[in-house]
Design a binder for this molecule. Structure first.
Ligand code: PFF
Length: 474
């Protein structure tokens, strides 16, 4: 039953290093940008409650299943699944879903880096503004003084109209991601996580306290936690489920890959719980950080994807110390984004190291450059190629630009497919003794986990997949 160690010889130096890195992977633009956007658009409370239900009943079991595959396989996602299949005496063809995951992670990091580039641009805007405030001897003034709401919103259009600006931001962000991944696990990814995650939490807590002091936290909490069940329909449930998978980094083999670097003797149950709890707490706190500020200025919580980039900067204009807090806010989002993008690039990188025998440098450079190129196509989709609809023949993608097509294709199809395969493979095919031994769960917890994984996850995830493909069914 024993399975050999990770062939790269690299790995996390401790259990807490793994937890920190996995939290870094999970906490990203999904928590700080997508979650508040979706909660805002879908009426708050009902969405949030369904989301939490999805995390507990589906997310946690799937998270443990991915960590299990990585821990048991001790190599890249494809190799790990193959090893578990071998021990379990089932077809090696299951390893294909590891490849699918690696492809999905590669595609996601290409547009993830473009969006993170927007964040980087706003870091620049707010850094410049704060520098001016300092120079004027008024460091605690609001942000972007004297600009109208249209002018502030216009900063986003200026960015989108400029391929060069978008490209430079994307280049810097992808370059940083590549640099960290090329340095390996203990010397690169772990180091980044141990420096950046404490900074992330310190910023998150500070800005949330700020929001509570200057904003309307009561209204925000009521908005986020009072369920209006009339808003709840199949589409909202579908969104909540998809968001839970994305936020926990499931279905793209990222957690399998990170799990493969865990050293012997780590208790996987509490580890899974810690990661799931932290990710969900950050999403909720992000809501409690953003909405009090939005409500304090009487703005619309349902602004959609521009909530963070247009609504919030305008709110910072009216807030005390808005220039400083705005800067800190975008630094916070940037930190969250980079600890996630490195985990995405690590998936295809580990695959090429494990399956093709490439050096880490070569693998990281190849996939980093490839994802950069796809990202360039995404950002050109906002200006030069704004008419291009890559999957325009398919009704669900008929109206979507290049970035949204890749986002939609990965999120609605590849990610649920990966999660479906994971639940079927671990829930039905993986050797029971191996799963029991590797996870180290108590009997009742093991039974509960297997039940949720084998029955609830496949059904619910198949539903996301079906509705993603055929929205008319809803
Ligand atoms: N979980 C990340 C987020 O919420 O932003 C996105 C992500 C990262 C998805 C890594 C998948 C992954 F492997």
């Amino acid at each position: 039953m024993a399975i050999s160690g990770n062939p790269t010889g690299d790995g996390w130096s401790s259990r807490s290093a793994f937890i920190l890195a996995a939290i870094g992977a999970a906490v990203g633009l999904g928590n700080l940008w997508r979650f508040p956007t979706l909660a805002g658009e879908n009426g708050g409370g009902a969405f949030v409650i369904v989301y939490i239900g999805c995390v507990v009943l589906l997310g946690l079991p799937l998270l443990l299943a991915e960590i299990f595959i990585g821990r048991a396989g001790q190599t890249d996602a494809v190799g790990s699944i193959r090893k578990v299949a071998q021990v379990s005496r089932v077809s090696h063809a299951w390893a294909l879903f590891g490849g699918l995951g690696a492809l999905a992670a590669f595609l996601i990091v290409s547009f993830y880096s473009v969006v993170a580039g927007w964040v980087l641009y706003y870091v620049g805007v707010f850094a410049g503004d704060f520098a001016q405030a300092l120079a004027a001897g008024d460091p605690f003034r609001g942000a972007l003084q004297g600009e109208t709401q249209e002018q502030i919103a216009g900063r986003m259009s200026d960015l989108f109209d400029s391929p060069w600006l978008l490209l430079s931001m994307h280049l810097v962000f992808m370059g940083a991601t590549l640099f960290i991944v090329a340095r390996g696990i203990s010397g690169g990814i772990e180091k980044a996580a141990t420096w950046l995650m404490p900074a992330f939490f310190a910023l998150l807590i500070s800005i949330t306290i700020y929001g509570a002091v200057v904003g309307d936290v009561g209204e925000a909490a009521a908005f986020l936690f009072t369920p209006d069940w009339s808003k709840l329909d199949a589409r909202v449930m579908n969104e909540a489920l998809g968001q839970a998978l994305f936020s926990l980094s499931l279905g793209v083999a990222g957690i399998i890959t990170y799990g493969s670097y865990i050293r012997e003797g780590t208790r996987l149950g509490p580890t899974t719980f810690a990661i799931g709890l932290a990710d969900t707490a950050v999403a909720l706190v992000a809501g409690l950080m953003i909405f009090p500020i939005v409500f304090a200025v009487g703005l619309d919580p349902a602004a959609g994807p521009t909530l963070v980039f247009q609504t919030l900067p305008f709110a910072f204009e009216a807030m005390p110390a808005g220039a400083l807090v705005g800067l800190l806010f975008f630094v916070l989002v940037l930190v969250a984004a980079i600890t996630s993008s490195i985990s995405l690039l690590e998936v295809p990188t580990a695959w090429a190291i494990g399956e093709l025998g490439w050096s880490r440098r070569r693998a990281a450079l190849t996939f980093g450059a490839g994802a950069f190129a796809i990202g360039v196509a995404c950002l050109l989709g906002y200006n030069v190629w704004s008419d291009v609809r890559p999957l325009g023949f398919w009704s669900i993608f008929a109206e979507t630009d290049i970035l949204d097509t890749i986002d939609g294709f990965t999120g609605k199809i590849m990610l649920p497919l990966g999660a479906l395969c994971t639940s079927l493979f671990v829930g039905w095919r993986a050797d029971r003794r191996l799963t029991e031994q590797t996870t180290g769960l108590s009997r009742p917890m093991f039974m509960l986990w297997r039940f949720l994984l084998a029955w609830l996850c496949p059904l619910a995830v198949a539903a996301i997949l079906l509705f993603g493909l055929f929205p008319k069914l809803l």
